[in-house]
Ligand binder design. Structure first.
Ligand code: 4AD
Ligand code: MG
Length: 466
């Protein structure tokens, strides 16, 4: 069928022409002096195009009744517009109606809150704000692949169903085909009752992945530089504007990198992705700066202009203590930094993206490389204003004996990780990697305050509709 041109392409190349054709949805309609003015949008860009129909048009009376939200194809002449607000308009010569719109269509003219729009997530992408969000999301995903592909990294698909809890934090969703109303139980050697996973589909406990890192590491031990980009799942019960139960993560993993190399790569990566998105989504970002977050452009400029700060955890704790600020969680060495601390550091003290490195061993995952001081590990988090942590990463423990000790000391079962431990026996090598939370990056790039508003269909505690 004839789909015609995308409105974005039409507006970009506009010169008066006799025959153009577009398809889209009616955003606005106005009738004045026997002429109908439609604003039609096809989602290809923020702007729609105005189509003008007069009485000479076949089906004019039907068009007059056509509701906002209806879908149409317009053929006509592209001409300079005498009206305000647009350079060109389409003087309609034929309008085909694909679908009329019922009168309870919720996206009538008036503004809606983001909360309300979440409850109609099947339609919210038809609004200016969410059209822009999802175009930026697309551009960011593309720019991320570009960065790694241009730098010789291989894209690896790590499993979504897995038996291993990478972070060891016990936040996996279970995957089972056992009948929920009568889960088979069994007595273990120690006499305790537990679920009899031998009767389950995989004959073992399985869950949705919380991170592709461990499998990514195996590939880095063969292809040197790899990345993953896929969905991850965490059953943590955090109802915050920065946590989702299903989110996307980008996890590069590199053999022959130490923590400094890891930090340098992460900085280059964020800078390039930001620059490309700005290049390709300037109109959408300008919209966010105007409507959502007036500080957006300054923050994005700062990414481009300055190197990110690098701070040890120990120094971060010292700065927080010296600040004299009354935090809800008082600061002491050994604690995990809370969002309030991360935001104070990046928003008030340092005022730019900041890597915090060398965290206490006790609060970090088993795979991070133990430092010579015996109290810290080679971890790094990237903290940014307004959001806090967007990247978590580390140099990995490549020494077999230390790794086993770490697994035991975290109360984990060595047997479960046998394949991971094997890489430390068969040609181990220093390596490092990090994970970027894709939605948190999008929050940073758009200024959207809530993670639910940068995911097509957010999954959070109590929410799994659509
Ligand atoms: O810091 P995290 O837990 O690190 C890892 O998963 C490592 N395995 C990564 C690696 O080294 N390969 O998570 C990484 C990032 C966080 O910095 C955050 O941006 C995001 O993932 N993230 C979440 N985003 C949304 N909702 C959640 N519940 C998130 N949990 C983590
Ligand atoms: Mg983290």
């Amino acid at each position: 069928m004839e789909r015609g041109e995308k409105i974005k392409a039409l507006l970009a190349s506009a010169t008066a022409r006799d025959a153009v054709c577009i398809c889209g949805w009616i955003r606005q309609k106005r009738i004045s002096k026997g002429i109908i003015f439609f604003n039609i949008n096809d989602g290809s860009c923020l702007a729609g195009i105005q189509a003008v129909a007069d009485e000479s048009l076949t089906g004019f009376e039907e068009l007059k009744k056509l509701a906002i939200g209806s879908s149409v194809r317009v053929r006509g002449r592209l001409a300079e517009s005498p009206g305000q607000g647009q350079k060109y308009e389409i003087q309609a010569m034929a309008v085909d109606i694909f679908g009329d719109c019922d009168e309870d269509y919720p996206l009538q003219k008036k503004k809606h809150s983001f909360e309300f729009l979440r409850s109609i997530a099947h339609l919210r992408m038809r609004t200016n704000s969410f059209g822009a969000v999802f175009r930026v999301r697309n551009a960011a995903a593309y720019a991320i692949h570009e960065f790694f592909q241009e730098n010789g990294f291989y894209y690896i698909h790590t499993p979504i169903i897995t038996g291993s809890d990478c972070e060891g934090a016990g936040e996996m969703f279970h995957v089972t085909t056992m009948p929920l109303e009568s889960i088979p139980m069994t007595r273990s050697a120690s006499g305790a009752m537990g679920v009899d996973f031998s009767q389950d589909f995989f004959r073992t406990h399985a869950g949705l992945t919380v991170s592709g890192q461990l499998e990514g590491e195996l590939f880095a031990m063969a292809l040197s530089e790899i990345y993953t980009f896929g969905p991850t799942f965490r059953a943590e019960n955090s109802n915050t504007p920065r946590h989702a139960a299903e989110f996307w993560m980008i996890e590069p993993e590199m053999a022959f990198y130490d923590l400094d190399d890891n930090i340098a790569l992460a900085q280059r990566f964020i800078k390039q992705v930001t620059a490309r998105v700005r290049d390709r989504c300037s109109e959408d970002l300008a919209f966010f700066a105007e409507r959502i977050d007036p500080t957006l452009m300054d923050r994005l400029d700062a990414i481009d202009r300055h190197d990110f700060e690098v701070l040890t955890y120990t120094n971060a704790v010292r700065l927080l203590k010296e600040s004299g600020k009354a935090f809800e969680f008082p600061v002491s060495w050994g604690m995990d930094l809370q969002t309030e601390h991360e935001r104070y550091l990046t928003e008030e003290l340092i005022r730019k993206p900041t890597f915090v490195r060398d965290y206490p061993l006790e609060i970090k995952a088993f795979y991070m490389r133990r430092s010579d001081d015996g109290r810290t590990v080679g971890a790094m988090d990237l903290l940014v204003p307004r959001i806090g942590e967007i990247i978590g990463g580390s140099q990995r423990e490549e020494r077999l004996d230390v790794l086993k000790e770490m697994i035991r000391s975290k109360g984990l079962d060595e047997a479960v990780y046998w394949w991971y431990i094997d890489t430390r026996r068969f040609g181990t090598a220093p390596h490092a990697g990090f994970g970027l939370g894709f939605e948190r990056l999008l929050q940073y790039l758009t200024g959207m305050a809530n993670i639910r508003d940068v995911i097509p269909f957010p999954r959070t505690p109590g929410n799994c509709e659509f």
